[in-house]
Design a protein around this ligand. Structure first.
Ligand SMILES: Cc1ncc(COP(=O)(O)O)c(C=O)c1O
Length: 562
C-alpha cells in the first residue's frame, strides 16, 4: 500500500510523457503518410535494398530465354540480335573503335556504358551492341558520327537543344567574336550582361539574377538562399524529381551519404500539403515541372526497364491545379517556392513553367539552353530572397561565389540566345506548341496501334517517354533497333526522347517512319513474345527470386571461403 503514492506519481508522469509525445508522434505519422508508397518515395530504404542486390548476368543461352519462350522464338531473337550486332560493327566501325580507345580512361563513359540496359543483360549487349560516343558535326535536326552516319537527334543534348543546333552554333560563334577583345577576364563584367539581366527579369517576372556554372549549382544556391532567409533547415523535394546531383537534392540511391535535411514527399498529394502546412522546419519546396509527365516516378531510363510497368501521362489541368494549391500553402507558411526550370525553362513556353502553368515562384532556376550552347546555371528571385548579407549583422552572410560565374563567353552566348528568342522565327516556334507536339505524338501512337505494336509514347510538349503496353522483358532492345534506323538516343534510351522545336512536320514524320520500322523489326524478331499468363508482377516476382538465389549462393560461397 505504501507504494500507492509513488505508483500514482509514476503513472501520472507516464501519462504526461505520453501526452507530451503525442504531437511529435502525430507530426511523425503525418510525415510518413506524405511519403509516396513506392521505393522511390522511401529513399533510405531504397539505398539499403539497392546495397543488397548482387550482380549476376544471364549467360548467352539464357539471355534469349529468360521468359521461357518456345525454341523458335529464342532462335529468332538470337538471329535478330546477331544481325544487329553485325550491322553495328559495320555501320559504326570507326565510331566504335574510337570509343573503345578512350572508354577505359573516361569514368563517365564506363558508367553510361554499364547502365544502358538492365544489368542481367548488360554483358552480352556491351560485347555486341556497343554504343559509339563520338560525333563530329550537327546540322538541322541531325548529328553525324565518325562513320558519316547522319542520325536524327532525339537526345536533345540533355535538353540543351531547344531551338536547333544551328542556332547555338551561331550563338557560340558570335559570342566568341564579341568577346575576342576581352578574352577570359573574370571578376569584372562585359557590358553584354546588362541585357541578359534585363531579359531574365522580364522572363522570370522576378527582381534579381545570379549567374552560376551549372543547373546543379543554381539549385544549390537557391536552396541555400531559402535556408538563409527563413532560418529553417529542411528542403522538400518530390518523389522521383531530379534537381542535379548535389547531395541534399539527390538523397537515396546514387548518394553515398544520407541527406538529413531533405524531405522527399509525394507529389500531387493532400498528405504532402498537410505536412508543408504544419511543419516549422521547411525552408523551401522544390518543383521540377517535368515531373508533371510522370509524377512521383524517377527519370525513366532503360536500365530500369525490367518489365513494362513504366507509365507516363501528362495532365496539364491537374498539374496546374496542384501547383496552384502548393503555391497557396507556401505563401501561407512563408515557405520559399522554387521552380527548377533548368530542363523545362524556354522549352514548354518562352516564359517557362511559370507562364505555362500560370503560377509564380519565389525563386526560379534556369540552365541548359540559356547558355546559348555553353555551360550555365541561373537563379532569378525576389529581391528580399536574393540578398546574400544582412544590413544589421554584417558577419552573417550567405556565401556564393565561383571562379567562372558570369564568364564573358557564356554571357555573350546567352546574350545571343536571348536576342534570338525575340525574333519572329523563334516566337513562331512557341506558337501552338502543345497542340503541335500532341498532334505529332497522337499520330505516331495511331500508327503504332494500327500495326499492333505494343509501344505507346507519352509527352510533355517536346519531351517524350516511350511506354510499353504489354508485359515483356526485352523492351530495352528497342533503343538498339531505333539506332539501327538512324535515330540517336541518349544513354537513358527510350526513357526520354527530346526534340528540338525546329523539327518540322516532315522531319517528325521521317522519325515516325523509322520508329515504326524499328518497332516492327523488333516484333518480328520475337522480343515481344510473352506467355499468356505473364504480368508485370509475375516478371518482377521472378527477378526477385533470381536475386534471392544469387544472394544466397554468394553468402554460401563467402561462408565456405572463411
Ligand atoms: C530540373 C533539373 N535541375 C537541375 C539539373 C542539373 O543541371 P546540370 O546538369 O547543368 O548541373 C538538371 C539536369 O538535368 C535538371 O534537369
Amino acid at each position: 500500500m505504501e507504494f500507492g503514492a509513488p505508483m500514482l506519481a509514476v503513472s501520472a508522469l507516464g501519462a504526461i510523457a505520453v501526452a507530451m509525445a503525442l504531437p511529435a508522434l502525430k507530426t511523425r505519422l503525418e510525415l510518413s503518410l506524405a511519403k509516396h508508397r513506392s521505393l522511390t518515395g522511401h529513399v533510405r530504404m531504397a539505398r539499403r535494398i539497392a546495397a543488397l542486390i548482387p550482380f549476376y548476368e544471364y549467360d548467352e543461352a539464357h539471355f534469349f530465354r529468360c521468359d521461357d519462350p518456345p525454341e523458335e522464338i529464342a532462335a529468332c531473337r538470337r538471329a535478330g540480335f546477331m544481325r544487329l550486332a553485325d550491322l553495328y560493327a559495320k555501320r559504326f566501325a570507326r565510331t566504335l573503335a574510337c570509343t573503345q580507345e578512350v572508354a577505359e580512361d573516361i569514368s563517365d563513359l564506363q558508367f553510361t556504358g554499364a547502365y544502358r540496359v538492365p544489368f542481367q543483360f548488360s554483358g552480352l549487349v556491351r560485347r555486341h551492341l556497343r554504343a559509339g560516343a563520338f560525333v563530329v558535326s550537327s546540322s538541322g535536326v541531325t548529328i553525324t558520327d565518325l562513320d558519316d552516319n547522319q542520325l536524327y537527334d532525339l537526345t536533345g543534348s540533355y535538353g540543351v537543344n531547344v531551338l536547333g543546333y544551328d542556332v547555338y552554333k551561331d550563338c557560340m560563334e558570335r559570342g566568341l567574336e564579341r568577346m575576342h577583345a576581352l578574352g577570359p577576364v573574370l571578376g569584372a563584367y562585359h557590358p553584354v550582361i546588362g541585357y541578359n539581366v534585363k531579359r531574365l527579369k522580364e522572363i522570370s517576372g522576378l527582381d534579381e539574377v545570379s549567374f552560376h556554372m551549372s543547373g546543379t549549382e543554381a539549385v544549390m544556391q537557391a536552396v541555400r538562399l531559402a535556408r538563409y532567409h527563413t532560418g529553417r533547415s529542411h528542403l522538400v523535394r518530390f518523389c522521383g524529381a531530379y534537381h542535379g546531383w548535389w547531395g541534399d537534392v539527390a538523397p537515396g540511391i546514387g548518394n553515398p551519404m544520407p541527406a538529413h535535411e531533405t524531405y522527399t514527399l509525394a507529389e500531387m498529394s493532400e498528405a504532402t500539403l498537410r505536412v508543408v502546412r504544419t511543419r516549422r522546419d521547411i525552408a523551401c519546396v522544390l518543383v521540377n515541372p517535368l515531373q508533371g509527365l510522370h509524377p512521383n516516378a524517377g527519370a525513366p531510363a532503360d536500365s530500369g526497364l525490367i518489365d513494362s510497368a513504366r507509365t507516363a501521362h501528362f495532365n496539364r489541368a491537374a498539374y496546374t491545379d496542384w501547383l496552384k494549391r502548393l503555391r497557396a500553402v507556401c505563401t501561407e507558411r512563408n515557405i520559399v517556392l522554387i521552380f527548377d526550370e533548368v530542363f523545362v525553362g524556354f522549352r514548354i513556353a518562352a516564359g517557362g513553367a511559370q507562364e505555362y502553368f500560370g503560377v509564380a515562384a519565389d525563386l526560379v532556376t534556369y540552365g541548359k539552353t540559356l547558355g546559348g550552347g555553353l555551360p550555365i546555371g541561373v537563379v532569378c528571385g525576389r529581391k528580399a530572397l536574393m540578398k546574400r548579407f544582412r544590413d544589421d549583422r554584417p558577419a552573417d552572410v550567405c556565401f556564393a561565389r565561383g571562379t567562372f560565374n558570369s564568364h564573358p563567353l557564356v554571357m555573350a552566348a546567352m546574350h545571343e540566345f536571348l536576342e534570338r528568342l525575340e525574333t519572329p522565327a523563334a516566337r513562331a516556334l512557341y506558337r501552338d506548341l502543345d497542340a503541335t507536339w500532341n498532334r505529332r505524338v497522337e499520330h505516331l501512337n495511331q500508327r503504332l496501334q494500327e500495326e499492333g505494336l505494343p509501344v505507346k509514347v507519352a509527352n510533355l510538349s517536346s519531351i517524350w517517354t516511350v511506354c510499353y503496353t504489354q508485359p515483356a522483358r526485352y523492351n530495352w532492345m528497342l533503343q538498339y533497333y531505333l539506332r539501327a534506323e538512324g535515330l540517336a538516343l541518349s544513354w537513358v534510351g527510350t526513357g526520354r526522347l527530346i526534340f528540338s522545336l525546329n523539327y518540322t512536320d516532315a522531319e517528325c514524320e521521317a522519325v515516325a517512319d523509322r520508329f515504326v520500322a524499328a518497332a516492327r523489326a523488333m516484333q518480328q524478331d520475337g522480343w515481344w513474345w510473352s506467355a499468356p499468363a505473364t504480368t508485370n508482377k509475375s516478371i518482377r516476382r521472378r527477378i526477385l527470386r533470381e536475386i534471392i538465389a544469387h544472394r544466397w549462393s554468394l553468402a554460401r560461397d563467402q561462408e565456405k571461403a572463411s
